[in-house]
Design a protein around this ligand. Structure first.
Ligand code: ADP
Length: 386
């Protein structure tokens, strides 16, 4: 995994230049943390209205699936990384063979961009996952739907995010219809609906030399498949989550940040999903930890020593800002000086994730109340429960 070119990265360029495929809020927050990570960031953006471009970050305009645009990005940088998984892995694989340093590697990235590949890989590693079946063709559907004790969760293997591409079906007929629908674009993963006591996320970082660091475990709360809030500390136990994440990170040769989303069930932890990039469950680390997930991602991919992941606070609450029925109130941040607002520079649309707030302090109930008060005052979509 460890390429000599990567190991030499820090010495090749006095100040490493990191190219980010995608220019959404993750790229924007990477760029904001670039000075602390000692790197410069260039983004590959599809549109001049993308979140990182609006911030003024150096930009290459083009599609993440376009060969010429990717090469243009690579030529300007020492290493290429990502703010989303909707990429052409074959093309990236060719570029890697041609000498472009890409972290996480296209092989590793397949875990995050293909739920069928990921489920099979996790099961082969012997890690705990919900019961699942992969359906690739229409004639496999009826057979695959036999023998489930209850209607399964139906997931598009590729192309989904924030709950899009996931249907928690309430009847076998609904499961069948959704499976047929998703199969038009991608293989489908059918999954047992597990009894969730809670959901937690384990964030880790790994460098090309194998240096490994773990962030504190957090509770994540999803509403309609989209993360609504993230809470630190979590009452759930942490050692199993760390071990699971470390096993996955070493197996896939992770370089960068990885978030492992886990289900807490009466039978213990199950791995739900792996993301190989800074993750919504780690936004609180900007205010809450000694080194944010964004700075550590940049440090890892540019082959610099990782920063300390320890929490600097006793409690933190992050609440996503989602567009409501009315445009949001831009004056709200001024009314909540004890809460950190992060607005992503995106245009308002109901249901669109437009930013997040984080409150930190001594007491979880208090920081949670402050974060929600600020989010509501700004106008986050109601129906997001407290
Ligand atoms: P996405 O990739 O869009 O984030 P996920 O696979 O993480 O989709 O699913 C979104 C949410 O749906 C999860 O956070 C969880 O709340 C719920 N969910 C997903 N799979 C299951 C399952 N097997 N059992 C129960 N709930 C599930």
């Amino acid at each position: 995994m460890d390429s000599p070119r990567a190991a030499n990265l820090a010495s090749v360029s006095a100040r490493p230049r990191v190219g980010v495929v995608g220019a959404g809020q993750l790229a924007r927050m990477m760029a904001e943390s670039a000075p602390r990570a000692g790197v410069d960031v260039v983004v590959l953006a599809e549109s001049e209205s993308d979140s990182a471009v609006v911030l003024g970050v150096e930009t290459v305009l083009g599609s993440p699936r376009d060969r010429a645009a990717l090469h243009q990005l690579a030529e300007r940088c020492d290493v290429v990384t990502f703010d989303h998984e909707l990429v052409d892995l074959d093309l990236l694989g060719e570029m890697e063979k041609g000498g472009t340093v890409i972290f996480p590697s296209p092989d590793a990235l397949r875990w995050a961009s293909d739920k069928a590949h990921q489920r099979r890989g996790l099961a082969e590693l012997g890690l705990p996952v919900p019961r699942f079946a992969v359906v690739e063709t229409l004639d496999q559907v009826d057979e695959a739907l036999q023998d489930w004790p209850s209607p399964p969760v139906v997931k598009s293997a590729r192309g989904g995010y924030d709950g899009r591409g996931v249907v928690v079906s309430s009847s076998f007929e609904e499961a069948r219809v959704e499976t047929l629908q998703f199969l038009r674009h991608s293989p489908v993963v059918l999954e047992e609906r597990v009894p969730l006591l809670a959901e937690v996320a384990q964030l880790v970082a790994r460098s090309p030399s194998g240096e490994f660091a773990t962030y504190p475990l957090v509770t994540t709360v999803q509403v309609e498949g989209m993360c609504a809030e993230v809470l630190y500390p979590t009452p759930h136990q942490t050692s199993d989550a760390r071990l699971l994440a470390q096993t996955i990170a070493e197996h896939i040769g992770l370089v960068g940040i990885m978030a492992v989303e886990l289900f807490v069930t009466p039978a213990g932890l199950l791995v739900n999903e792996v993301a190989l990039r800074p993750h919504n469950s780690g936004h609180w680390t900007i205010e809450g930890c000694r080194t944010s997930q964004f700075a550590n991602h940049l440090r890892a991919v540019s082959a610099q020593p990782l920063g300390d992941c320890d929490a600097m606070v006793t409690a933190a609450a992050m609440v996503n800002l989602v567009g409501g029925d009315q445009p949001s109130d831009d004056d709200a941040p001024a009314r909540h000086p004890d809460v950190a607002f992060h607005l992503y520079g995106k245009s308002w649309r109901p249901g669109r994730k437009l930013g997040h707030v984080t409150a930190v302090g001594e007491n979880l109930d208090d920081v949670r109340a402050r974060a929600w008060a600020a989010a509501r005052d700004w106008g986050t979509r109601e129906g997001v429960r407290e």
